[in-house]
Ligand binder design. Structure first.
Ligand code: SAM
Length: 231
């Protein structure tokens, strides 16, 4: 299991060399047309002033007890989220109920925005860095989206809605915080109205395996990893 790099410097991801790497990777993994579509979408977001860029968190205003336990903001791409949802559907062998999607450690709102566009009724993000939460609110406003909410809070304090259907973690924090979050989810479990699934991208601890049913682990050609669970 890889260590979680809490407070890591990820700013190289905004540089040209890194972006060229992502471009060639996408060409290899997805082909020419999807890569062109991807560039077109990034361009349209740029024109609208929507910002999902990578950002370090060590100089941001963070709320709660676990300010030194979080990872830097690296946003989920729409292509990756689509792939994750498709793969989860093949694992469970039925269409996902797309009621409520919750992203723990939601940054600038990329995953909650993509999840809404990919069919969820309502999406909620919990983010402990004030500046990232404010950018998420701005992004939601610029895209004029309804039923997409960013909350400024520490993940360990959040109570899920009873109609939750999918929980998303994109390696947001270390084992200590993950343990608190999972314990909190287990307390609420009896109130859930539907089957609840969990996607853990780039997992860095084993806490979920101790409490939920592991359905599948996947390693993608890009190097990204995902674990799929049922609560
Ligand atoms: C790797 S980024 C993932 C961003 C987003 N989930 C996405 O996929 O686009 C991790 C995020 O978790 C946030 N985070 C870390 N610890 C947190 C905590 N205790 N409560 C809420 N958010 C936290 C960080 O500020 C950062 O924005």
């Amino acid at each position: 299991m890889k260590a979680t790099h809490t407070n890591a410097d990820m700013s190289h991801q905004n540089g040209l060399v890194y972006k060229m790497g992502v471009f060639f990777n996408s060409l290899k993994e997805n082909g020419v047309l999807p890569t062109i579509r991807r560039i077109g979408q990034r361009f349209s977001y740029k024109v609208k002033g929507v910002d999902f860029s990578t950002q370090n968190i060590f100089d941001l205003t963070r709320t709660g007890e676990y300010q030194e336990h979080g990872t830097a903001l690296v946003s989920t791409s729409v292509e990756f989220l689509r792939r994750l949802l498709d793969d989860l559907e093949s694992v469970i062998d039925k269409p996902l109920e797309k009621d409520v999607f919750v992203d723990y450690g939601s940054g600038k709102g990329a995953a909650i925005i993509h999840a809404k566009k990919l069919g969820f009724e309502r999406t909620i993000g919990v983010e402990f860095a004030k500046e990232l939460h404010e950018q998420a609110e701005l992004n939601i406003k610029k895209l004029n989206l309804k039923n997409v909410e960013s909350l400024y809070a520490d993940a360990t304090t959040y109570t899920l809605p009873n109609n939750i259907t999918l929980i998303y973690f994109f390696n947001p924090f270390d084992e200590l915080v993950m343990t608190k979050v999972i314990e909190n989810i287990m307390v609420q479990k009896e109130q859930f109205e539907n089957d609840v699934y969990v996607i853990y991208g780039n997992a860095s601890c084993n806490v979920l395996q101790e409490h939920f049913t592991l359905l599948k682990q996947v390693q993608y050609p890009s190097g990204a990893r995902a674990e799929f669970y049922k609560i």
